[in-house]
Design a protein around this ligand. Sequence first.
Ligand code: NOJ
Length: 870
Amino acid sequence: MLSVLILGISTIVTGAAIEQRDSVPPGYVAAPYYPAPHGGWTPDWTESYRKASLLVSNMTLAEKTNLTTGTGLFMGRCVGNTGSALRVGIPQLCLQDGPLGLRNTDHNTAFPPGITVGATWDKDLMYRRGVAIGEEFRGKGINVHLGPCVGPLGRRPRGGRNWEGFGADPVLQAFGGAATIEGVQSVGVIATIKHFIANEQEQYRMWNIVKPGISSNVDDRTLHELYLWPFAEGIRSGVGSVMIAYNAVNGSACSQNSYLMNSILKDELGFQGFVMSDWLAQISGVPSTLAGLDMSMPGDRNDIPVVFGNSYWMYEFTRSVLNGSVPVDRLNDATTRILAAYFKMGQDQNYPRPNFDTNTQDAEGPLYPGALISPRGIVNEFVDVQANHAEVAREVARDAITLLKNLDSVLPLARNSTLKVFGTDAEKNPDGINSCADQGCNKGTLGMGWGSGSARYPYMDSPIDGFKARGASYQFFNTDSFPSNSNPSANDTAVVFVSADSGENYITVENNPGDRTSSNLNLWHNGDKLIKDIAAKYANVVVVIHTVGPILMEEWHDLPSVKAVVVAHLPGQEAGASLMQVLYGDVSPSGHLPYTLPKSEDDYPESVSLVGYQLGQPQDTFTEGLYVDYRHFHKANVTPRYAFGHGLSYTSFSFSDAAITPVTPLTATPPTRPAKGATPTYSTAVPEASEAYWPANFDRILRYLYSYLEKNDADAAAKIGNSTTKYPYPAGYSNVQKAGPPAGGAQGGNPALFDTAFDISVTVSNTGSRAGKAVAQLYVQFPSASPFDTPILQLRDFSKSAELVPGAKQTLTLRVTRKDLSVWDVVSQNWVIPVVDGDYGIWLGESSDKLNLRCGTASGTCAADQTSPV
Ligand code: NOJ
């Protein structure tokens, strides 16, 4: 029985949490994997580890544990605040949400969220938005950006937080996440890829004293080929931090799942940064430490009301090292990882300190709002970090706009069109653009979902602002019911604004507790009825939708007067001008769907319905395996309303002259991985108890989490640590570092996986009469001889053209890697090419259902006018 109580140590009860797992369906395994691999073995991190280890060797026990843990909920200016090690020059680290930009502050940009970014299919724009986000975080003095979000993947259309990520496909998520990381980190901010892993619904996500968090039961191949893919790419981009999800995977909480952290992240994917918990996701002390967690946020325990100020770590981490229940090398590694990320981003070079406070908008306030009594001071300095970031935000919002349907060329609108504009979504929230905390309401223009992934708007450029700025001739009916006084006339074009929202579980909006439990996939506020009523009276109707994800449009889509349907996704603060540029044809729409739009919710596999209340631990078994979103629609031969990747333009494009060039010859398995490089070495002796004592005359703040122990406690713990009694480590525990699996070898995995197998080029020509940007999408079809049941088509790369004037051409270059042509073989635990000389179909086109150029890897040729397999 794994419990420190057995040893009579008065430390936290850690065993129960891992010993009392509810059972998961057979075949779903979270195998133990110990010890936690030391970081520092990839060449690109050597220098940062050198600097970090120099410091760590000079730090005391309490200084080290202080860096691993937050000082408590609401116990600092940022959403997460680590302790400091000021004696050696390390300040508290400030961690702040979220993926679309700064949460809960001022003079910031409310960028469009991930789903909108995904819809641009523009890698360069993804990167530039990342740089702008990074600049804002740095400008506010934030060390760690809590984004990007690539999990949820979007398996479940009603899932509350899909909009924070880039779309329901691992490769789209991967490019979005990696480009964001590279952008954010290019200005010295540590990015955090989250939530690791399989966090596909909001309800039941967290452990509480009566109920364990939901268990996502995922098989090994599905884990690797879908959910892990974007994390692998983020790690390959050098991300400094990974946030562990709330839920369990295969019965073991992610925050203490040694298979996920030690094996997958730190060995197979060669992750060199630090693993942090989601907020209050840590449910134990020692087990989570041994399982590879490096930072606990916000520091408090989840099972005792946070008001008491208790932690599984901080002083308990100190105690567990002294009493031997955690080997000191685990603490050294965790601290080194955190500091290596700090040095890697150059944060030792004049990095700004926080100048804002996430807890208040006031200039002055308590320094520790969570404390019972707190000193006060200046907490908000209102530093303007917006620069010209509105431009990139607007570009993202604009280039994401996805035109689904456009009959009779109703769009673009003529400059002098007479418009009747309907729907409360067209204008700002009348109660104030930031009147709902964390955007926890759907009132007025929907620019983002709700929760920790939201931001305060500096302004909202609403669609109505946009019409005004254009000098449009319009009448606006700020209502979601059809008004009796709109006087339809034959010359009118009706523009209807509708929305669908979702968010994070701690806020319920219109009966939706994060996930869309009540609204289903329908439009909110009776949007379907509004559209139908308008379509009954007006001959030309344009529907504009702000949505977090898939919605149903069958009630009105085919009505004869519904001429155009535009998905503007979630535009952030830049809803108006971006939309006007598209509606009036300054630019052609160039967004493409980052998910499939179904005709009915029954189109999806049953297993992706929301999991409701279950006795004990809710079990969420991913029985659909690899078949999510379009992969499922293809397999089940279900025609969606609009296919993944669909998006029209005002012009037309042709794709021609495709060519395929072999680059790296394929082998059934990748070449042998590089061996791990050296990692820092430290003394393994139990530290002196005195390293844990409270400093003399220390002024303690009540509820603040500290890493010190009373002298008696520290001495008692050290006595046990230095005795012959040994702590009963978990099954399979070993202190000997492993060589690492064959699938590893560098950040992201075996570097050979990312060798280019084939370069593919294709010429895109603008064959229409207006300027526009095209997106080339590349899908791989595995050879029929492959013994692995694999989705018919899988997106592997994409490229967006520059704006092409009519008649102009551009040659786009895409590539497929070894990994793109591999499957995860659960037996050999490696990526294998199922048929080395087989003929993979490399399909090119402008959406998953418009692929008619095929290149064959065996023939080395490409052919036009082919019939795609779906
Ligand atoms: C919980 C959310 O799941 C996570 O995404 C966020 O970063 C933290 N809260 C901090 O607000």
